[in-house]
Design a protein around this ligand. Structure first.
Ligand code: PAF
Length: 328
């Protein structure tokens, strides 16, 4: 199924743009991500590699690593800070301890459509956040998407908060996600993504939540019979480069990396959105029991989660939430 999905991905665009002005030196850029080689994120990285290698005339060699081979999201970010890795593109959620503003993206049902997410991330709010994240040894270059998260589990179909009673759900290492699942009556366990498949297989946790693409490419459907199209959180990916590497590059190559990160982000979002429904259908065809929530069922989840909003509104700052809401 993964190979079939890959063949229906939008083709990688031709590289367009002039050769960047370098300094005659050669550079190696290792780019590592947590998701697998068959997902939309890796496909975006392949486009990034094409752009950077062609437009640096081979002076920047890009090496791609997937499936947390060089560490999970948090470990990859620390590797950027210490200068042992050049680039990564984590979900924003595990970074909230470093950048508290990012917590806004973890609020449930914040972005009603992907287009609203694009407007926020590619607009003034997203630019401001890229600046905020350009500190502590990091330089933030742009946005891509992990996407809308869906719940899967091994126990029962979930159509209402009651169905979650006591369910052990793995969450990302993020306090709002913990609150969400506690408030819904589940029993959340924060855990690194790298440990998740084994934890699901061995029943250490009953469920997890991630976009359809990640559910399929990480083969969670092999150990999870049930899924709910909950769309409860839209998670952005933020593209980061090590400040140590960045500061060694001539300006022409810095501009090239910025351009390439933006082009990658646009293409990766297109791939992610093209594959999303296709993969949901494939998972259903393969026998996964997928519950599609009615608008009334979604409203019940939203109402149950309103205390999470009230609590985090104070901590995150109401103004930022209102600015984002004004875009919708
Ligand atoms: O579930 C997670 O930890 C994240 O969604 C993932 C898959 C590592 C991507 O950042």
């Amino acid at each position: 199924a993964t190979a079939q999905a890959a063949s229906e991905m939008p083709p990688i665009p031709e590289v367009d743009g002039p050769v960047a002005e370098g300094d005659g030196n050669d550079y190696t850029l290792k780019f590592s991500i947590g998701t697998t080689q068959s997902g939309a994120q890796y496909r975006g990285l392949e486009y990034f590699e094409d752009i950077v290698e062609a437009r640096s005339d081979g002076h920047i060699q890009v090496e791609l690593f997937h499936s947390a081979q060089l560490g999970d999201d948090l470990q990859a970010v620390s590797a950027l800070q210490s200068g042992t890795l050049e680039m990564t593109s984590p979900s924003t959620s595990p970074l909230v301890n470093m950048f508290p503003e990012f917590a806004v993206f973890d609020l449930p049902f914040l972005f009603p459509t992907p287009e609203v997410a694009d407007e926020v991330l590619d607009g003034e709010i997203g630019d401001r956040m890229l600046e905020t994240a350009s500190t502590n040894g990091l330089k933030a270059l742009g946005w891509a998407e992990n996407g809308y998260r869906q719940l899967t589990n091994s126990q029962n179909a979930v159509a209402s908060p009651e169905d979650l009673d006591g369910l052990k759900v793995r969450t990302m290492q993020n306090p709002i996600h913990l609150d969400i699942w506690k408030t819904l009556g589940a029993n959340p366990t924060p855990m690194s993504f790298a440990e998740l498949f084994t934890a699901l297989e061995q029943g250490v946790v009953d469920g997890q939540e991630n976009p359809w693409i990640t559910i399929q490419s990480s083969k969670f459907n092999e150990v999870q019979d049930y899924a709910t199209e909950s769309n409860h959180v839209y998670t952005p990916f933020i593209t980061l480069v090590s400040e140590r590497f960045w500061s060694r590059l001539p300006e022409g190559y810095q501009d090239l990396l910025s351009d390439a990160a933006k082009q990658m982000g646009d293409y990766q979002r297109e791939v992610s959105r093209t594959l999303n429904d296709q993969i949901k259908q494939e998972l259903m065809d393969e026998g996964m029991n997928i519950t599609e929530l009615t608008p009334e069922q979604v409203a019940t989840f939203q109402e149950t989660l309103s205390p999470v909003y009230d609590e985090w509104r104070e901590k995150i700052g109401g103004e930022l939430i209102d600015d984002i809401r004004a875009v919708s």
